[in-house]
Design a binder for this molecule. Structure first.
Ligand code: PMV
Length: 310
């Protein structure tokens, strides 16, 4: 049997502007994960079981652009293994779908690693990352590649589209509370809407992307320098949220959770990921994490995760 497990991820700064070449910061979230098991099968074919999405089917009965089927078809194509081996693949995930925690990329990376290892087609992290990016493109149009990168390397990253990966050295661990609106919002739609805005007035939105990019740069400096951390990072989160509101990707539910976190004493808060639903994050002193999480639930969050970034 071959097993692979990958964490979820959360974007700290820079979403949306990252699609237009500006830097963004993201970190793995190990409290949630996607897990894949691969076994040789006694019955012919590639059998896929994904109980979380009520899927139990043979590969060839799925549409070829199905997110899971496309990973397996592309891996077999790449490895040139013929005929297809008979396999049983089990996929489970605790990462909520379409919520900004990278569920799709996490399943892709775990599935790629488990199947490639099982069929003796070893892949480096770099190859897994590049492969997962191509799969992300099939399903999301114009992804920046940040999700697959953070999830493949499972490390905090300072990410610029198309540039070599830079991992972050966090000077002092810090705590964030993640609040889930419970609204699933496809990233593809918010990214598409931002593109429409940008196409209608490139000069205006390029300036906004520059501002977001500068926030991500300052945040990196703060993260890497102990003394700047708590003073600066929270303010930068608040500024980043305002710019995301201008980009029309926040929502009343996200704004409500962001305000609730700030009122409960968070150092700063913002929406995270594609927006319109999904998750928000709040930077907190570790002894305030529980009370901020409680305030988020009272303000309508469906669940919260407290995570330490180090
Ligand atoms: O919704 P998520 O967490 O997968 O994040 C998407 C981040 C965007 O910047 C909006 C899109 C992208 O491809 O980077």
């Amino acid at each position: 049997m071959t097993i692979s497990s990958t964490p979820g991820k959360i974007i700290l700064f820079g979403e949306h502007a990252v699609v237009y070449g500006r830097p963004a910061l993201a970190v793995p979230v190990t409290q949630v994960h996607a897990d894949v098991e691969v076994l040789d099968s006694d019955s012919a074919g590639v059998w896929i079981q994904a109980p979380d999405i009520h899927l139990h089917a043979e590969l060839n009965t799925l549409p070829s652009d199905h997110p899971i089927a496309s990973v397996i078809h592309n891996l077999f194509f790449l490895s040139r293994i013929s005929p297809f081996p008979s396999l049983n693949i089990k996929i489970t995930s605790t990462i909520p779908v379409a919520s900004g925690l990278g569920s799709g990329a996490a399943v892709t990376v775990a599935l790629t690693r488990a199947v490639s290892t099982h069929i003796n087609y070893p892949m480096t992290d770099e190859q897994v990352n590049a492969f997962a990016y191509e799969i992300e493109k099939l399903h999301h149009g114009t992804p920046s590649g940040i999700d697959n990168t953070v999830i493949t390397y499972a490390k905090p990253v300072y990410f610029i589209k198309g540039q070599p990966i830079e991992t972050l050295q966090v000077a002092k661990p810090f705590t964030i509370v993640i609040g889930n609106t419970g609204i699933s919002a496809p990233t593809k739609e918010s990214v598409g809407d931002v593109r429409k805005l940008w196409e209608a007035d490139k000069a205006k939105w390029e300036t906004v992307f520059d501002e977001i990019g500068n926030i991500a740069k300052q945040a990196r400096k703060a993260l890497e320098s102990d003394s700047l951390l708590s003073n600066t990072l929270g303010k930068l989160m608040n500024q980043n949220h305002t710019l995301l509101q201008e980009l029309t990707v926040s929502s009343p539910e996200l704004d409500k959770l962001v305000s609730a976190a700030r009122s409960a004493g968070a150092l700063g808060a913002k929406m995270s990921g594609g927006g319109r639903g999904g998750n928000m994050i709040a930077l907190v002193e570790s002894d305030q994490a529980e009370s901020v999480a409680t305030a988020l639930i009272k303000a309508g969050a469906k669940n919260t995760i407290i995570t330490q970034v180090s």
